[in-house]
Design a protein around this ligand. Structure first.
Ligand code: DQA
Length: 141
């Protein structure tokens, strides 16, 4: 089982800054994730603007034994609560890949640090929706 979890404002993909995030929607992303995974695993794609809900889903991943692809969005840069929940996933022996559609290191300075990165299994950033494909492929291989 793989959870693909998306943080705030990613429900606006396709509308939000298409020059940065592209023209495709969250639904398009969810369909692509299902197609990439195919029969190899069960994949659940979710998005929330709510920090508490995202943390609850990370707890759920631990409870059901799911690996996680996580785009924490802006929580990446400041949420110690999301970081601590992500640490429970990886310290519990599951894998968590941090993903970003854009390359935060090539953007504003406040995006240059991730509080989640140090507790993630690995990070993929800067490849558009393909960041998710690469993360899923790392978890499936
Ligand atoms: C993002 C990068 C973050 O800096 C930003 O806050 C987002 C999206 C990305 O996927 O490129 O919301 O995580």
């Amino acid at each position: 089982m793989i959870f693909v979890l998306n943080g705030p404002n990613l429900g606006r993909l396709g509308v939000r800054e298409p020059d940065v995030y592209g023209a495709l929607s969250l639904n398009d992303l969810a369909e692509s994730c299902s197609a990439w995974v195919g029969e190899r695993a069960e994949v659940v794609v979710r998005q929330t603007d709510d920090e508490a809900e995202l943390i609850g889903w990370l707890h759920e991943a631990v409870d059901v034994g799911a690996d996680v692809v996580l785009n924490p969005a802006a929580f990446t840069h400041f949420s110690y609560a999301v970081r601590d929940a992500a640490a429970m996933v990886t310290k519990g022996g599951l894998r968590l890949v941090e993903v970003h559609i854009s390359n935060p290191y090539a953007r504003e300075e406040f995006r240059h640090y991730s509080v989640v990165g140090p507790v993630a299994t690995g990070t993929v950033a800067g490849f558009g929706f393909d960041s998710y494909r690469l993360a899923l492929s790392a978890l499936l291989d």
